[in-house]
Structures are given as structure tokens and as C-alpha cells.
Design a protein around this ligand. Structure first.
Ligand code: AVJ
Ligand code: FE
Length: 442
């Protein structure tokens, strides 16, 4: 969006708002039983109908009341859809708008947003609208909740509710190609961004970080590699686990990634209501940070730090600049498995044209990748436009994830984007790749 004239940017915004809404409606359609919209599949997740109205309420707050200066439509419902007022476990018992009312409310908000768009000035002196920032924030927010709604669908038991878009739209892995890990030489790189107009506060400001030499895997860890860890007794050996991880392992009783089960001699996974054999060449998915950390130790490796991940994804040693995407400045279809094209990650060897300058592949899309780093602000961080987006989460209890998943929309991911979650969480589309220090491990 950075290079567009204001009118073209507004056209792009209107189109992208529309695309996000089609996606949200597709995940909350009336083909679903009413209970599927209003009920709760897990205390970790909101009812789908909460996400839906929350998307519209957030849009009303930021685009109508904020950018356009329009009077509140339904101030009495703000409290219901404030994520900080009501924890997820409590949301199904709130007097939420029923599905039809939620759709009509968010539709009215949207119509007013589109009506007011041409009269809102994208003044460079106003950080809220400069470069269309707050519109980008709202588009990304809707897509983030769409990904959350997909996680809700994945947790849902019972017959399939969503039609998987054709798996054939995914590139088919060519198997392992090239080397398994690459050496990234020691030296500084630019982390974060100061000039991407739609970047969040936690991605800012750009700053130089000096990173010692390290090796990083060229692909995410696969199901078959993870299975080797399981078969080697990895879940039963406290040597591989961080103390808090072993505590999680023993108190939860978990010994496989989420959604796996054993059928005779075969490992199966439940994927959006269907059982299928665990695909050996896909990245392992639905593992928590503790499982990723234990696997890495067993493999003689470790998780990459957040800086190591970002340097491998973005730094171009030839030009001494950080790229927006691993392959360059412009998002292009066919370079990463993003945007819910099919409800699964791609296989090892896919998307070779998405490689970074260092030849590291599939950094964007497929699975979110756990890093070893706790979630804090960068040096010079300033909360904007609200501290509840990221600042209130800063601290050692959250681990950073990078790169987005197959369920992440291209507009809601870039090489600098930071996600975070508790180290015990597995309902997100999370996997990992390993790194190691030269002279150590393997
Ligand atoms: C950035 C993905 C951690 O979905 O919990 C949504 C984003 N912030 N609504 C989330 C978010 C406000 C957030 N994550
Ligand atoms: Fe939200």
C-alpha cells in the first residue's frame, strides 16, 4: 500500500474490506447449525458469533467514530465486544447479538465506512490515517479473527462444517531439495520496520541487531521428523524438556501434537472434521512451544531466536537491506502458502520461489513458527494507537511466533510481523524450525 496515490489506496482498501468480509461470512454461514455459531467449542475460543460482531464493533470504533468522526451507532454493545472486559470462557453466556442481528449490524457499519471513505483525508500529519494506517489495521484485524475462527472450526467436533477449498491449489512438495540447514554469517541486520505504513507498533522502530553466526533449518520440521522424536521416546524423557515444559507434559498427559490419534499401526489426524493419515512431508502443526523446544533439544539443535528468524527471512547481504517479504518487496501469489487457499500446510520442497536471500524456504505461510524469544517491545517502542494491541502483553509469559500460517491472509503477514502466545498453546496453526550455534549440537 505504501506506493499508491490516495484514490488508488482507497480503492484497494474498499476491495480488501470486501474480501475480508466475504471470508468472515464464509466462516460463519447459515449452513452451520445455530449452535455452531452461538456455542463454544473450547473455553479458549469465543463463540463464532462473538468474533463476527466484534469485527464490526472494532471497525465502528476505529473507522466510523475514529477516522470519520461519526456518532456511535450502538454504544450499549461496546462492552460485550471488548475483549478485555470479558474473558473468552465467559462470552457464550453474554447477551450477544444473535447471528442475523450480528450480520446486519456489521453490514450497516461497513456501508457507513464505505460511504465515508472518500471524505476522510489521509493526511500525512495525522498518524491515524496517514498511508491508510487505521484502515489497514481494521482489514488486518478482520483477517486475524478469521484465522481465529478457523482454529475454532478445527477444534469443533462432529461432521465437517466447512468445505475445504481444493487442495490442488497448493503447490505439491517436490520432497526435500538442497541442504537441510544454512549457515548465516555473523553480523548486523536491520530488524523491524519504520516505514511500512501498515506495520503494527510492535514491529517498530527499525533497529540494527548484531547476530552471531548460526545455522537455521531451510524448512519447517515435518510430521515424519517429529514422529521420529515420538518413537524415540521423546515425550517420556525429561532430558529434552525445559522444567516448565516437563511440568506441562506430565500434568497434561499429552504425548502427541493436538488432533492426532492412533488407529492400529497408523497415525491419524482430525482435520476440520475428517480423519486422515498424518502426512509425513507436511510441517508438524498444533504443537506448543514446550514440544518444539523439547524436539529441538532431542535433535541436537535449538529454536531460533526471533532475531535469527527475522535475519534469515529478510536480510539481503548483497544489498545490506531487509526485505519486506523473503523474496523481495512485493507480495506475489505462488511464493507462499497463505490466505486459506487450502486448509493445510504444504509439503517440504514447495514454494521454492519464496526462498529468502539466504535460501531459507517457507518462512511465510504454512505454519506459525515458535521462536525462543519472549515478547517485548523493541528499543524505542511506542504504543500506537492503543496499548491493548500489544503493549499489555509484553513480558516473559508469552513467546514470539513468526511467519504466519496457511490460514493467515497475505495482508496480515510480512517478514517483520510478530505474533505471540502462551508456551502451552496448541490450538493455533503452530509449528517450528530449528537452529543451532556452529560448533554445538547435532
Ligand atoms: C496478534 C493474533 C495475538 O488474535 O489474539 C485480535 C490479534 N488483537 N484482536 C489475537 C488481535 C485484537 C491477536 N494476535
Ligand atoms: Fe480483536
Amino acid at each position: 500500500p505504501g506506493a499508491l496515490a490516495e484514490d488508488d489506496l482507497k480503492e484497494l482498501i474498499a476491495d480488501e474490506l470486501g474480501a475480508a468480509r466475504n471470508r468472515s461470512f464464509g466462516l460463519t454461514t447459515d449452513v452451520l447449525a445455530r449452535d455452531d455459531l452461538t456455542g463454544q467449542v473450547s473455553p479458549l475460543m469465543s463463540p463464532l458469533v462473538w468474533d463476527l460482531a466484534h469485527i464490526g464493533n472494532y471497525e465502528e470504533l476505529w473507522l466510523l467514530r475514529g477516522a470519520a468522526g461519526v456518532e456511535p451507532m450502538r454504544p450499549e454493545i461496546d462492552d460485550l465486544y471488548d475483549a478485555f472486559e470479558h474473558p473468552r470462557a465467559e462470552r457464550p453466556s453474554l447477551p450477544l447479538l444473535p447471528p442475523e442481528e450480528a450480520r446486519s449490524y456489521i453490514g450497516t457499519v461497513r456501508a457507513k465506512v464505505l460511504d465515508s471513505l472518500s471524505s476522510v483525508r489521509f493526511d500525512t500529519a495525522n498518524p491515524l490515517t496517514s498511508g491508510g494506517f487505521v484502515y489497514g489495521m481494521v482489514v488486518q484485524h478482520e483477517h486475524m479473527h478469521d484465522e481465529t475462527m478457523l482454529a475454532t472450526h478445527q477444534l469443533r467436533k462432529g461432521a465437517p462444517a466447512l468445505l475445504d477449498p481444493v487442495a490442488a491449489t497448493l503447490q505439491n512438495g517436490a520432497g526435500r531439495s538442497g541442504t537441510d540447514e544454512v549457515l548465516i554469517e555473523a553480523g548486523p541486520f536491520q530488524m523491524g520496520t519504520s516505514d511500512n505504513p501498515w506495520a503494527y507498533d510492535n514491529e517498530r522502530p527499525a533497529h540494527m541487531v548484531d547476530v552471531p553466526a548460526y545455522y537455521i533449518d531451510t524448512e519447517p520440521v515435518t510430521n515424519s521428523a517429529y514422529l521420529a522424536f515420538m518413537e524415540a521416546g521423546g515425550y517420556d524423557d525429561p532430558r529434552w524438556w525445559a522444567p516448565a515444559g516437563w511440568e506441562w507434559r506430565t500434568s497434561s498427559g499429552k504425548r502427541t501434537p493436538a488432533f492426532w490419534s492412533r488407529d492400529g499401526g497408523q497415525w491419524l489426524r482430525r482435520r476440520f472434521g475428517r480423519m486422515e493419515p498424518v502426512p509425513p512431508n507436511e510441517p508438524v502443526q498444533h504443537v506448543c512451544w514446550y514440544e518444539a523446544d523439547a524436539y529441538a533439544r532431542w535433535a541436537g539443535k535449538r529454536l531460533p531466536t526471533e532475531a535469527e528468524w527475522e535475519k534469515a527471512a529478510r536480510w539481503d547481504p548483497a544489498t545490506q537491506r531487509s526485505r519486506t517479504y523473503p523474496w523481495g518487496e512485493v507480495y506475489e501469489e505462488g511464493r507462499a502458502n497463505l490466505g486459506q487457499r487450502s486448509f493445510r500446510p504444504s509439503e517440504t520442497g514447495s514454494y521454492p520461489s519464496g526462498a529468502s536471500a539466504y535460501g531459507v524456504r517457507r518462512m511465510l505461510g504454512d505454519v506459525w513458527e515458535w521462536t525462543s524469544t519472549d515478547f517485548y517491545g523493541y528499543p524505542g517502542f511506542r504504543s500506537y494507537p492503543y496499548k491493548e494491541y500489544s503493549e499489555v502483553f509484553f513480558g516473559a509469559e508469552y513467546k514470539v511466533l513468526r511467519g504466519g500460517s496457511w490460514a493467515t491472509h497475505p495482508l496480515a503477514i510480512r517478514g517483520s510481523f510478530r505474533n505471540w502466545d502462551y508456551p502451552i498453546r496448541r490450538q493455533i496453526f503452530s509449528g517450528f524450525r530449528c537452529a543451532r550455534t556452529p560448533g554445538e549440537g547435532v
